[in-house]
Design a protein around this ligand. Structure first.
Ligand SMILES: C[S@@+](CC[C@H](N)C(=O)[O-])C[C@H]1O[C@@H](n2cnc3c(N)ncnc32)[C@H](O)[C@@H]1O
Length: 711
C-alpha cells in the first residue's frame, strides 16, 4: 500500500473507524488480486562496465579477473576513496559501501561501473574512415555502443521521428549468447526470464519514444524461447499498437528437438503505430512460386550482340567496338570507338585497370553489335542499355538493351519506370501488376539463414565468423513491407550484429532510388569461443587485441564497408551475385555513404570545463539529417553547414541571423548555445519561419546527460 493511501486511511480511521474498516477490506481485496499481464522483477539495477574509461576518486568500480583467469575474487561494486602511486602503477584504495570493508587494488585490475541510475555523458567519435560513394545522399551510421546509452543519446537526435525499428535481440538461450553482462544475466539463474524481460523492457521503452507515434513500425524477431513473454511485453509497452506475428521459415531442414517438432521457423513481431500499413507485394510469401508480379512481367532486356545471319564482324565496318568496364569492379566506364576490320581486337589500347567487352558469339567468334557506338553511348546514358551478371572466370558482363517495343510500352504506360539501378539502368514494372497483402506465414528459400546469411557474409568478409546472421533477403522483405512507400525512411537497428539491416536498406534504396537512412548500433563483444581463447592468452576486454576481435570492429564495420565498396577487407572484388528481387554482382557495391562511430563516456571534469564540443558534434549533425558537412569544431562566433548551423556566442547573434537569412533554404535546424533561456528566445524569435531551433547548454554535454533513472 502506498504511503499516501496509508496516511489517508489513518485520517479516516481517526474520524470514522467503521468507514475506515470497510475501506481497508476493499483495499485488501484489491491488493490480493494479481495484476493481469506480465509480472517480473524490475528492480535489479542494470549496470555496465565502461572498459577503458579512466578511473578517478569517487568512481564505482569492480575487479576484473587477473590475466589468464575468468573468475574474480569479488563481484562487489567498490567505491574509490584514494589513488596513489605513479601514473603507470596507480593503486586504488577501495571501500565496499555495503559492508564498509576496505581493500586496495592496482587500477589496471579495475573497471569503471555505471549503474543505470548514474549520470553519464555520452559522446560520439568517428572510429574509422567513412565510405563516400553516395554523393550528397544522407549518411548511414554504424555505432559501437552499449545500446541503452545509444538509445538515450538518440532521444536528442531522433525523438518521435524514426519510421521503423528492426531488432533481432539476443534470445536468452543461456550464458552463451548473453555475453553482455554476466553479472546481470546468468544462464543458470531461475530469474533468467525476468532479467531478460527487464533488459528488453528498458530498451523498448526508449525505442517507443524514438518511433514516430503517427506512423511507424517496430519489428522484433524472436525464437521459441522467448516469443510468448516478448508478445506480452510488447502489448504492455505499446498498449495502443496493433501487433501481428509472422512465422518465417529460415531452415527448411529443421533443427531437431527430441520428442518434439523439428523447428524450421522463427517469429517476427510487427508492432504497428498510428496509421502505419503493410504494403501490398507481388507475392503472398506463402511459398516460393507464390509471386504474382514476376509471372506477368515479361523479359525486356535482350542481348545487344547481333545473332544469326549477318551477325559476323566482317558484315559491318562500324559495329565492332568495345564496351569498356573497370577490371576490378566490373562497372561501366565508356563505349570505345569502332575498330577497323583488319585490326586485332587484342591490340586495341586500353587505360590501366580497364577491361573490354566485345560482341562475341556463343562459341567465342567475333560478331557485331546491333547498333552503332553512338547509339550504345546514348542508351547507357539513358539507362536503356545495361551490364548483366559478371562471369566469374573472365570478369566480363553481357550487354543488354531495351528494344524499341519496350520503349513504346514505357511511353504508352504499359510499363512504369520504377527506379534505376546503382549503374543508372532503368528498372521497370508492369503497370497494374497484381499485388496482394502478404500472408502471416513466409516460406521462401531466400530467407534461409545459412545460405543467405552466413554464406553471404563469408563472401563479404572472408575468414571472419559471426554466429547466426539473418538472411539479407529476409530482412529486406521484412523491411520492404513497411518502408516501400517511404523513400526517405529513417530505420534503426540497435541489436545490429553483423549489420544486415543497413545492408538490406541499401538494397531497397537501389531498387527504387530511395534515400533511406540506417542507423545500426551494436556492442563490441567477442563470441563465447573467442572469449575463452583470449583469456587463455592472458588478454582482457579493453586490450587492443581483444577489442579488434569484437563484433563491431571485426564484422559490422568491415561488412558495411565491403557491401558499399564491393571489395572485401583484403581489397578483392567480392565474389558472387545478389539474388532474388534485384540480381547484380556483389562487386558492384552501392552508391551510399556511411560514417562509423564509437559511443564514448565523457569525464564530468571535461564537461564542466566545456571542452567537449567535438564529442557532441556528430549528434547535432545526425539530428539535422546526417547530410552534408558536419561542424566538428567550436568557433568564437557561429558556423553554418549545409543542413544546420550553430551559434556558439550569442553576442554574434545579429551577424548569425543575417547569415541564416542569406543562406540557401537547406538550413533546417539552428543550435543556439546559451544557458540563458531569455537570450535563447530572443535569438530564436529573429530566425526565419520554418527553421527549428534547439538550445544547447554551454557545457555541451549537459544537454546529453543520461541515466537519470528514467527507464
Ligand atoms: C542476435 S544478434 C543480431 C544479428 C543480426 N540481426 C544479424 O543479422 O547479424 C544480437 C546482437 O546484439 C548485440 N548486443 C547484445 N546486447 C547488446 C547491448 N546491450 N548493446 C548493444 N549491442 C548488443 C550482440 O553483440 C549481437 O551481435
Amino acid at each position: 500500500m502506498s504511503n499516501e493511501l496509508r496516511s489517508l486511511l489513518a485520517r479516516v480511521e481517526s474520524s470514522d473507524p467503521d468507514t475506515a474498516k470497510e475501506l481497508r477490506r476493499h483495499i485488501d481485496a484489491l491488493q490480493s488480486r494479481r495484476e493481469f499481464g506480465l509480472n517480473f522483477e524490475r528492480h535489479t539495477p542494470e549496470s555496465v562496465a565502461l572498459t577503458g574509461r579512466a578511473i578517478s576518486v569517487g568512481d564505482k568500480v569492480r575487479f576484473i579477473p587477473v590475466r589468464g583467469q575468468t573468475e574474480v575474487e569479488s563481484e562487489a561494486t567498490w567505491r574509490v576513496v584514494e589513488l596513489a602511486g605513479p601514473q603507470t602503477k596507480r593503486v586504488a584504495q577501495l571501500v565496499d559501501p555495503k559492508t564498509n570493508e576496505i581493500t586496495s587494488r592496482p587500477v589496471d585490475d579495475l573497471v569503471y561501473i555505471a549503474e543505470f541510475k548514474d549520470p553519464v555523458f555520452p559522446g560520439l567519435v568517428r572510429s574509422d574512415e567513412p565510405v563516400l560513394r553516395g554523393g550528397d545522399k544522407p549518411f548511414h551510421a554504424v555505432i559501437n555502443a552499449e545500446n541503452y546509452h545509444a538509445l538515450e543519446a538518440m532521444l536528442f537526435t531522433y525523438q518521435g521521428t524514426v519510421d521503423c525499428i528492426y531488432i533481432d535481440p539476443p534470445y536468452n538461450t543461456g550464458a552463451k549468447d548473453w555475453k553482455y553482462n554476466n553479472d546481470y544475466v546468468d544462464g543458470e539463474d531461475s530469474y533468467r526470464h525476468s532479467k531478460w524481460l527487464a533488459f528488453m523492457e528498458r530498451r523498448l521503452k526508449l525505442a517507443r519514444q524514438l518511433l514516430n507515434p503517427r506512423d511507424s513500425v517496430l519489428i522484433v524477431t524472436i525464437d521459441e524461447k522467448e516469443y510468448l513473454r516478448l508478445g506480452l511485453l510488447l502489448e504492455q509497452v505499446f498498449p495502443e499498437a496493433d501487433i501481428q506475428m509472422v512465422s518465417c521459415v529460415i531452415n527448411r531442414a529443421g533443427s531437431p528437438r527430441t520428442g518434439r517438432f523439428s523447428r524450421v521457423d522463427e517469429y517476427i513481431y510487427y508492432v504497428f503505430l498510428g496509421g502505419s500499413q503493410v504494403e501490398p507485394w507481388t507475392s503472398t510469401m506463402l511459398s516460393d512460386g507464390s509471386e504474382l508480379g514476376k509471372m506477368t512481367m515479361p523479359t525486356v532486356w535482350f542481348t545487344a550482340v547481333r545473332r544469326g545471319s549477318g551477325a559476323s564482324r566482317a558484315e559491318s565496318k562500324s559495329l565492332f567496338y568495345p564496351v569498356i568496364i573497370h577490371r576490378e569492379t566490373g562497372r561501366f566506364i565508356r563505349v570505345g570507338d569502332p575498330v577497323a576490320k583488319d585490326v586485332d581486337r587484342a591490340s586495341v589500347p586500353l587505360e590501366p585497370g580497364e577491361l573490354a567487352i566485345w560482341p562475341l558469339g556463343a562459341k567465342g567468334q567475333e560478331n557485331r553489335w546491333r547498333f552503332s557506338a553512338e547509339l550504345m553511348r546514348n542508351y547507357f546514358e539513358a539507362g536503356t542499355a545495361r551490364l548483366g551478371k559478371r562471369d566469374a572466370a573472365t570478369g566480363l558482363r553481357p550487354v543488354t538493351y531495351l528494344q524499341p517495343g519496350t520503349l513504346a510500352n514505357i511511353a504508352n504506360g504499359t510499363f512504369k519506370v520504377a527506379g534505376h539501378t546503382s549503374e543508372g539502368a532503368l528498372t521497370l514494372e508492369l503497370v497494374g501488376a497484381k499485388t496482394v497483402a502478404p500472408r502471416t506465414v513466409w516460406s521462401q528459400t531466400s530467407h534461409f539463414a545459412r545460405d543467405h546469411g552466413s554464406h553471404l557474409l563469408a563472401a563479404l568478409v572472408p575468414d571472419r565468423r559471426f554466429p547466426f546472421p539473418k538472411s539479407l533477403y529476409a530482412v529486406e522483405d521484412a523491411l520492404r513491407f513497411v518502408v516501400a512507400s517511404k523513400p526517405n525512411a529513417l530505420v534503426l537497428d540497435f541489436f545490429s550484429g553483423s549489420g544486415t539491416t543497413a545492408h538490406a536498406i541499401m538494397r531497397l534504396n537501389k531498387q527504387d532510388g530511395g534515400q533511406r537512412r540506417a542507423v545500426c548500433v551494436t556492442n563490441n563483444e567477442v563470441s563465447a569461443d573467442e572469449q575463452r581463447a583470449l583469456v587463455a592468452r592472458g588478454l582482457r576486454p579493453g586490450d587492443s587485441q581483444w577489442e579488434a576481435l569484437g563484433i563491431c570492429d571485426l564484422i559490422t564495420k568491415p561488412r558495411i564497408r565491403a557491401a558499399i565498396t564491393g571489395l572485401t577487407p583484403g581489397g578483392d572484388p567480392i565474389v558472387g551475385d545478389y539474388k532474388f528481387t534485384d540480381e547484380f554482382p556483389m562487386s558492384d557495391g552501392f552508391d551510399e555513404n556511411v560514417e562509423f562511430f564509437t559511443l564514448t563516456y565523457e569525464n564530468p571534469a571535461l564537461v564542466e570545463l566545456d571542452l567537449a564540443f567535438e564529442r557532441v558534434a556528430p549528434l547535432l549533425w545526425m539530428r539535422a539529417g546526417s547530410q552534408g558537412r558536419r561542424i566538428d569544431e567550436r568557433s568564437d562566433t557561429f558556423d553554418l553547414a549545409d543542413a544546420y548551423a550553430v551559434l556558439f556566442n550569442v553576442d554574434a547573434a545579429a551577424d548569425f541571423v543575417a547569415a541564416i537569412e542569406k543562406s540557401p533554404a537547406s538550413v533546417r535546424i539552428v543550435y543556439i548555445v546559451t544557458d540563458d533561456e531569455t537570450q535563447y528566445q530572443a535569438v530564436a524569435s529573429q530566425l526565419p519561419e520554418g527553421v527549428e531551433t534547439v538550445r544547447l547548454y554551454e557545457s555541451y554535454l549537459r544537454t546529453f546527460q543520461i541515466n537519470t533513472g528514467r527507464a
